[in-house]
Write a protein that binds this ligand. Structure first.
Ligand code: ATR
Length: 274
């Protein structure tokens, strides 16, 4: 039985063990997946121990997505562009880094019936999660308008794909940029349990009736943003599809097996939503 982990600090809340162990049981894969709290100063020791113990790989969450980069022997081009990894495979004592948040988000959208090609997206936030979404959407052919509390960070994100990503002011009820949106994505921490909340939702009134409103947050699901969007008759997507698709793609890297999403989606949906 090969060992996999998710490391982070804090990480005890992670749903990754549930997702990966559900998939491994369903597909008969000989892997077991556990949660492992690693403090920043313990990272080097964890990596040495993981290699020595024959661990097959691990997922990384806060604060390691960027901190891991100097330790890697190989880096996937997408992860290199983002400057962040969430999936590390260990092969022959070497560490290879990938980012499955970025393709995971576009896979989640497609599963929801939304093809980003030629669409206009408004992205709220410019942190690590927002960067992955902005790159995924722009590479899938969407135009991405980024609004962030700290405008300089929205501007910085545009360097990922200057032709397709541009900064806009934080949206208001009459924001002209929202009228042409096919997709609105919340990648800020606003609405997350224990974090702040949007002080004003009237910007939702500026969205066209066919706009999909997506929140990366899954605790709670739905968020207040999605409840308000639903009340206005807009279609919504909560944070679970991203969580699920980034896990499917990570397990493909760890095991080398192609995992058809249709084979695992019902079990994963049931596991995380219960
Ligand atoms: P993650 O890795 O989850 O993306 P992050 O990199 O810390 O987390 O990014 C958090 C995002 O939420 C940022 O876009 C942040 O805005 P700033 O860049 O201005 O900090 C946004 N955010 C957090 N609290 C916010 C608030 N009270 N109002 C608006 N945006 C907020």
């Amino acid at each position: 039985m090969k060992q996999l982990y998710v490391i982070g600090d804090p990480v005890a809340h992670s749903k990754s063990p549930l997702l990966h162990n559900t998939m491994c049981a369903l597909l008969g894969l000989d892997f077991t997946y556990a949660c492992r709290t690693v403090h920043k100063e313990e990272l080097a020791a964890f990596l040495t121990a993981a290699k020595e113990s024959g661990c097959a790989g691990f997922n990384a969450t806060m604060p390691f997505k960027e901190l891991l980069l100097p330790y890697l022997d190989g880096l996937d081009p997408l992860a290199k562009k983002l400057g962040a990894v969430n999936t590390i495979c260990i092969e022959c004592n070497k560490l290879y880094g990938y980012n499955t948040d970025c393709p995971g988000y576009t896979a989640a959208l497609r599963q929801h019936g939304f093809d980003p090609q030629g669409k206009q997206a408004v992205l709220l936030g410019a942190g690590g999660a927002a960067k992955a979404v902005a790159l995924g959407l722009s590479e899938a052919g969407a135009t991405v308008l980024v609004a962030n509390r700290t405008a300089s960070k929205a501007k910085a994100i545009t360097s990922l794909c200057p032709d397709k990503i541009r900064p806009i002011p934080w949206p208001t009820a009459d924001a002209p940029d929202l009228a042409g949106a096919d997709l609105l994505v919340n990648a800020t921490s606003l609405g997350m349990a224990g974090q702040g909340e949007f002080s004003d939702f009237t910007f939702l009134d500026a969205l066209p009736a066919a706009c999909l409103v997506s929140d990366l947050i899954y605790h709670p699901a739905p968020t207040e943003l999605l409840r308000r969007a639903e009340a206005r008759g807009l279609a919504t997507m909560d944070g679970f599809p991203l969580l699920i698709h980034q896990a499917i793609l990570a397990l493909e890297h760890f095991t080398g097996h192609a995992i058809p999403p249709d084979q695992v989606l019902p079990a994963l949906e049931a596991a995380v939503r219960n």
